[in-house]
Design a protein around this ligand. Structure first.
Ligand code: ADP
Length: 439
């Protein structure tokens, strides 16, 4: 493997291009007409325009991306997160063309992409899952039958779902029909797939996820867990590692179960198993993401492993350079997602730095944030000896940050990292939504 096409944009494209450079791999950036002046285009060794601004015409255009890979003679494609990263069809096309898709096989992506199938697969592999419907369904009648068996409140979810789309909390049988039709419609729209399934609604869990990694030879390990409990409308806002609310016994079990599960499906590359955690011994698998995660830096800073570098090595056929017993989690890390609330030109930019601060961003002064893509514009990651110290570092880092020209969620994040309940870690997945409703 000598040349890697990075099929993404923004901060994650830059993260991958940097990893390529350090490993002496040639990087190829792709870009849409809206991204001509984007930083990833400037930083890559080569860059190729693949279409118009709308994602369908560019970053989701499989044929154009494959053509770009062939023209530039790239050996591999790194999909990043979002866009085509969990698209089994695209992975399959790459396999057919003899271009290495950096991630698991198209077959594994397919299984994990259908959440109802993923639940069954994981259950068979010995992973506890959130109690729910034993199958997915498309008809209202079948849904009502499953719902009555399961009881209320319940979570109605789209089997092809992601990003909280096609997901609804249903309190009672009276609400079921209306919510089902709404959720299914949303799912059909977003994913062209109307398969739904049910889960018991857990009222006060934390979201805890396990970062796993496996090579092509069946060696696998867990690189630690992340706590992503602080969410707004089911979207992650802050991410921490390690999860200080997790007891050691549960952690050990979660790791062992996750590693066994990915071995049993012949997983390759990095991935994340998401769990809802209700207390010692009570954790339930929700879904698996078969790609690099936005919040991977908090794991890098606490495991002292370079996850993107490892992805590239594994894709090139190298063995995992460590085993589970070599993984030592040290320190604490916290990530804030800086979001653009409006598009526009960055007139003034000052990002924080110094001891214990890492910034992953594609911003520069004068850059115009386009309206066409994901709103994530920067990640500030603070790391240090413990949670309290690191939160102080984050408070200072956010105070120092200046982004003029567009509206961002900086003020919101600043307030959030001062909330007494957050400081006490006395939260659950509904905490932030409830707080925002009441203020
Ligand atoms: P998506 O893939 O669309 O993001 P997930 O299944 O990962 O959907 O769920 C997103 C979030 O929704 C979770 O992190 C959690 O906060 C909440 N959630 C999901 N399932 C349940 C459940 N059964 N009970 C309570 N909350 C849930």
């Amino acid at each position: 493997m000598k040349k890697v096409l990075v099929a993404n944009r923004g901060e994650i494209a830059i993260r991958i291009i940097r990893a390529c450079r350090i490993m002496h791999l040639t990087s190829v950036a792709i870009y849409s007409t809206a991204d001509k002046k984007a930083l990833h285009v400037k930083l890559a060794d080569q860059a190729i325009c693949i279409g118009a601004a709308s994602p369908e015409n560019s970053y989701l255009n499989q044929q154009n991306i494959l053509a770009a890979a062939k023209i530039t003679q790239a050996d591999a494609i790194h999909p990043g997160y979002g866009f085509l990263s969990e698209n089994a069809e695209f992975a399959k096309l790459c396999e057919k063309e003899g271009i290495k898709f950096i991630g698991p096989s198209s077959h594994v992506i397919e299984i994990m992409g259908q959440k109802a199938v993923a639940r069954k697969t994981m259950l068979n592999a010995g992973v506890p899952i959130v109690p729910g419907s034993e199958d997915d369904f498309q008809s209202l009648e079948k849904g009502i039958r499953f719902a009555n068996q399961l009881g209320y409140p319940l979570m109605l979810k789209a089997s092809a779902g992601g990003g909280g789309k096609g997901m609804r909390l249903v309190h009672s049988a009276e609400e079921f029909k209306k919510e089902f039709l709404l959720a299914q419609n949303e799912a059909k729209h977003a994913f062209s797939d109307g398969h739904m399934y049910l889960e018991k609604y857990l009222s006060h869990p934390r979201h805890i996820e396990v970062q796993v990694i496996a090579d092509q030879f069946g060696n696998a390990a867990a690189l630690g867990e992340r706590d992503c409990t602080i969410q707004h409308r089911h979207q992650k806002v802050l991410e921490e590692a390690p999860a200080v609310a997790l007891d050691n016994e549960s952690r050990k079990k979660m790791f062992a179960i996750s590693v066994e599960a990915i071995k049993s499906i012949h997983y390759e590359g990095v991935g994340t198993l998401e769990f809802l955690f209700e207390g010692p011994g009570q954790f339930y698998f929700m879904e698996m993401n078969t790609r690099l995660q936005v919040e991977h830096p908090v794991t890098e800073l606490t495991s002292n492993e370079n996850i993107v570098d490892l992805q590239l090595r594994i894709a090139a056929g190298q063995k995992l350079p460590f085993s589970q017993k070599n993984i030592r989690i040290k320190n604490f890390a916290l990530e804030c997602r800086i979001m653009a609330l409006t598009p526009g030109k960055i007139k003034v930019l000052h990002l924080p730095g110094g001891n214990g601060i890492r910034i992953d961003t594609a911003l520069y002064q004068g850059y115009i944030v386009p309206a066409n893509y994901d709103a994530l514009i920067a990640k500030i990651i603070a790391y240090g000896p413990d949670r309290t110290t690191v939160i102080s570092q984050m408070q200072a880092a956010l105070d120092e940050t200046v982004i003029y020209g567009i509206q961002t969620n900086l003020d919101f994040l600043t307030q959030l990292v001062h909330e007494p309940k957050y400081l006490d870690n006395d939260t659950d997945i509904n905490w932030l939504d409830t707080l925002m409703e009441n203020t």
